[in-house]
Design a protein around this ligand. Structure first.
Ligand code: ADP
Ligand code: GN1
Ligand code: MG
Length: 362
């Protein structure tokens, strides 16, 4: 049988393996920390979820191009030698991934002395996160978007996500439908949100940029024992998108008082102080680059992205959990309820979000 150790050994590692342990909190791929006997260096081995990413060779080619572009940016801008970004470890046969009986695997060097968090320990981490997202978009500003394939078609096309929900409602098991009835009504009431950004893109008012598209807080790597960000990880969804998706999703995941699957809904609130810190960092880099319509939609974008992921969790619950990893049967329902609660808290604070942005732009 093909074991995880056997798979790790297919990569060009500079020594013998000491241990392999599951790592991280991702909902899509399976990540393992690989340590060597020499203790010097560590590696991240990842099984790529090929139900979600249907064309892994194309996905890996995207990642190769993004890494090359960012390294070229580092060289051209004479960034300090300690500026770090992801580095792939190829297989012994010089491929970017290994395909075996257990699926597709790739390996990255583990960036030393780095950590990720599900929630920011201090406001300074949020400012650094906002800056890291802005810098990522800035570094990719001259990357030709046509070079990148869409690894998940229509990923942030919210109207398409709502269509998927409507189909799921039609086929849902009665028991699951009943449990979700309240939030199904809410999701359909807020349907007008869905097309606000896609329509602005179609009108040419919001530009298509190369964006990360999954700027969840735990996809931002920080220096250990510091509030400095190192870089964004989880490059599977880097593709043509909107700056609003990255900003909105970062705010959704980082500027809340609770975890994404907190069951005590009364404790789920949008946190304006966190929002201010993250937005300050983001605008310190992107202020000059954003178009007027992007600025206009900036305060609304976290509402849209929170609505979108709530719709996706709800859809997955109704489809009996075919997409996101779950720890218990109601997990997707809990996540959906939580995110709709967060969306409502954001709605009540929208004028303050707008004022924060206006003040930061003065
Ligand atoms: P998933 O798609 O499952 O979310 P990620 O690529 O985000 O997978 O990896 C999961 C976690 O592993 C990240 O949140 C981060 O903590 C850690 N991680 C990933 N790549 C690296 C790396 N090169 N160096 C250090 N930590 C990493
Ligand atoms: C997934 O892979 P991970 O855990 O960083 C998902 C995001 C969702 C997020 C919600 C490829 O992100 O779109 O916002 O879960 N990634 C994909 O927690 O679907
Ligand atoms: Mg991740």
């Amino acid at each position: 049988m093909e074991t995880i150790t056997y798979i790790a050994q297919q990569f060009a590692l500079p020594g013998l393996i000491q241990s392999i342990e599951p790592y991280g909190e991702g909902h899509i791929n399976d990540t393992y920390l690989v340590k060597l006997r020499s203790g010097s260096q560590a590696f991240m081995l990842q099984r790529i979820n090929d139900k979600v990413f249907k064309d892994v060779p194309v996905l890996m080619s995207n990642i190769d191009k993004v890494i090359a572009h960012i390294n070229a940016y580092f060289n051209a801008h004479h960034l300090p030698e300690n500026a770090q970004f992801l580095k792939l470890v190829h297989t012994k046969t010089k491929h970017a991934y290994y395909q075996g009986k257990l699926g597709y695997f790739r390996m990255y060097e583990f960036i030393p002395d780095s950590v990720t968090y599900t929630a920011a320990p201090r406001l300074k981490h949020l400012e650094a996160a906002g800056r890291a997202i802005g810098e990522f978009q800035h570094m990719l500003a001259d990357f030709d978007a046509t070079q990148l394939s869409e690894t998940i078609p229509l990923f942030h096309d919210t109207p398409n996500r709502v269509e998927a929900l409507i189909k799921a409602i039609a086929t849902a098991q009665p028991q699951r439908f009943e449990k979700a009835r309240g939030i199904i009504t809410l999701a359909l009431e807020r349907q007008p949100y869905a097309s606000k950004v896609t329509e602005a893109i179609a009108r040419g008012e919001v530009p298509i940029r190369v964006t990360h598209n999954d700027t969840k807080f735990n996809n931002i790597l920080f220096k250990a024992n510091s509030s400095d960000a190192i870089c964004l990880v989880d490059l599977d969804t880097v593709m043509p998108g909107s700056a609003l998706y990255d900003f909105g999703d970062a705010v959704r995941s980082a500027c809340t008082t609770s975890a994404e699957d907190e069951t005590d809904l009364d404790s789920v609130k949008f946190d304006l102080r966190k929002f201010k810190a993250l937005t300050r960092g983001y605008l310190s880099v992107m202020k000059q680059e954003l178009k007027p319509k992007e600025i206009e939609l900036l305060a609304f974008s976290p509402i849209l992205l929170t609505y979108e992921v709530a719709v996706r969790f709800l859809t997955d619950y109704l489809l009996e959990d075919i997409y996101f990893k779950i720890d218990y049967p109601e997990h997707n329902l809990v996540r959906a309820e939580n995110q709709f609660q967060l969306m409502k808290s954001m709605e009540s604070k929208l004028p303050f979000m707008q004022k924060t942005i206006d003040d930061l732009l003065k």
